[in-house]
Design a protein around this ligand. Structure first.
Ligand code: PLP
Length: 499
């Protein structure tokens, strides 16, 4: 494809993209295809001769769009959102044109320097404590996802505690034996409601994992006491807790662990690396009313949130802030001769390859810069406030039909969880009611998703099967929640009558 063909193709692609964007609410969210639908629609090998853009583009509507789940639909209320925006799309476009694998500063200085600057902008926007700014010992880096961030933090934490404990032993066979012995005892901790990425990171790092209880009585959040008890229980068994993920906005309910209390625990156990995972809810920190949550983060080691969830930056974009960047560099910096250069040796530049697991990296800062400038802080706050308002509206609808529904948690950052009430049956025990409630709730939940118009997710909270609704796309509106509510009422009534 030459420049002139690219011009024509890109113009038609942009028209197509705008049409998709503007008509998204008219499509059912979930595709109505069966597994393996695609293979019969696509040739089973690469064409020998190149094809025209027209032929390729027409296949999008024919074979790809029917198999899409439309995450940008206002009727997508599952998981957490994955919000794009036009300025972020433009950022992606330019990034793919410059197409650098900018691992060292000299590989493309603008890529590194813009990233450092926009991460400082983001840290200031959410009022993260100053220790996370690049001017001091800290700084921010963009990684792909929270899961990548947590693997990075867990591995750096593992190496940090080993360095600290074995610093007195000179490099030797004995030291290697001691390191292996110590690794076998290390335990990463996370709430029982922490995202599975912490457990996965422990597997990748070759350490143990223990869940800290976070029952309904503590609002599904980890308390300082629960964390202390788990740490001491590990130590009593001869194990060494070295890392803890505190969650600000858990996946199941958007619960916030007791960050203030946990900051006290951090002082008692300075060798435990505490990371705050705010994957979804972190975006709400652009609003002043949530910024008090950032204060205790001063006592921790690292923090991240996904701008690709709720802050209008296309996937992927997870902002990872670290209090002492040397904690990453001391673990990940390996400098073979082919990576050496005078700028790196001068100590005056940042080489982000030393802060992450991969070597190469994309120019993600561009899309962040475009979004921050296009919306401004107030535009972003408006987006967050709309989600919160829409979430509160849905909660009020549920409360208006307490005969049919019971709210379990929320609304928290727009997320509400609830159950469908089982029909009360004379003489039934509470245990049977729970079982029946779970059955009815699951049946209603599955019926909603089977229809495909809306997409919801569910979860089990202390044995209670609950439906989870969060409507946080940029085009979220009360009218869609009202439509969902009507569907829920109809299905709940049918399910109860069918008994
Ligand atoms: N942490 C929390 C609290 C989440 O809710 C999620 C996903 O929704 C993740 C981590 C994983 O995010 P990622 O896909 O960026 O790895």
């Amino acid at each position: 494809m030459d420049s002139s063909q690219y011009r024509d193709a890109a113009h038609t692609a942009i028209e197509d993209i705008i049409k998709y964007h503007d008509t998204i609410a008219d499509r059912p969210v979930l595709p109505s295809i069966t597994p393996g639908y695609l293979r019969p629609l696509i040739p089973d090998s690469t064409p020998e001769e190149g094809e025209s853009w027209d032929a390729i583009q027409s296949d999008l509507e024919r074979v790809i769009v029917p198999g899409l789940t439309h995450w940008q639909s206002p009727k997508f209320m599952a998981f957490f959102p994955c919000n794009p925006s036009f300025p972020a799309m433009l950022g992606e476009m330019y990034s793919s044109v410059f197409n650098a694998a900018a691992f060292n500063w000299i590989c493309s200085p603008a890529v590194t320097e813009l990233e450092t600057i926009v991460m400082d902008w983001v840290a200031k926007l959410i009022k993260l404590p100053d220790c996370y700014l690049s001017q001091g010992e800290g700084g921010g880096i963009i990684q792909g996802t929270t899961s990548e961030v947590i693997v990075t933090a867990v591995v750096a934490a593992r190496e940090r505690i080993i360095r600290r404990r074995l610093v007195h032993i000179p490099e030797s066979e004995e030291k290697l034996d001691k390191m292996a012995e110590m690794r076998g005892k290390l335990v990463a901790l996370g709430s029982e409601h922490a995202h599975s990425s912490t457990q996965k990171a422990a597997i990748i790092a070759g350490t143990r994992f223990r869940a800290v209880p976070a029952p309904q009585s503590s609002g599904f959040a980890v308390t300082a006491a629960a964390l202390r008890t788990t740490i001491e229980a590990c130590k009593a068994k001869g194990l060494e807790p070295f890392y803890f993920t505190a969650t600000l906005g858990s996946t199941a309910t958007c619960a916030i662990d007791d960050l203030v209390g946990i900051a006290e625990v951090a002082k008692e156990y300075p060798d435990i690396w505490i990371h705050v995972d705010a994957a979804y809810a972190g975006s709400a920190l652009v609003c002043p009313e949530y910024q008090h949550l950032c204060k205790p983060i001063e006592a921790f080691d690292s923090f991240n949130f996904n701008l690709h969830k709720w802050l209008l930056v296309n996937f992927d974009c997870s902002a990872f802030f670290i209090k002492r960047r040397k904690d990453l560099i001391e673990t990940f910096s390996i400098v073979p001769s082919y990576l050496r250069n005078d700028f790196s040796e001068s100590g005056l530049v940042t080489d982000y390859r030393d802060w992450q697991i991969p070597l190469g990296r994309r120019f993600r800062a561009l899309k962040v810069w475009f979004v921050l400038r296009t919306y401004g802080a107030n535009g972003l706050r408006k987006m967050i406030h709309n989600t919160i308002k829409v979430g509160e509206y849905f909660h009020s609808l549920l409360e208006s039909r307490q005969d049919l529904f019971t709210v379990v948690t929320g609304p928290a950052f727009g997320l509400t969880t609830f159950v469908v009430n089982p029909t009360k049956v004379e003489g039934r025990t509470e245990a049977l009611d729970l079982e029946e409630g779970n059955r009815v709730t699951k049946a209603v939940y599955e019926a909603v998703n089977r229809k495909g118009e809306f997409f919801l997710t569910s979860g089990v909270l202390d044995g209670v099967y609950a439906i989870r609704v969060v409507s946080a796309t940029e085009n979220a509106e009360e009218k869609y929640l009202k439509l969902l509510f009507e569907v829920l009422i109809k299905l709940a009534e049918e399910e109860r009558e069918a008994k």
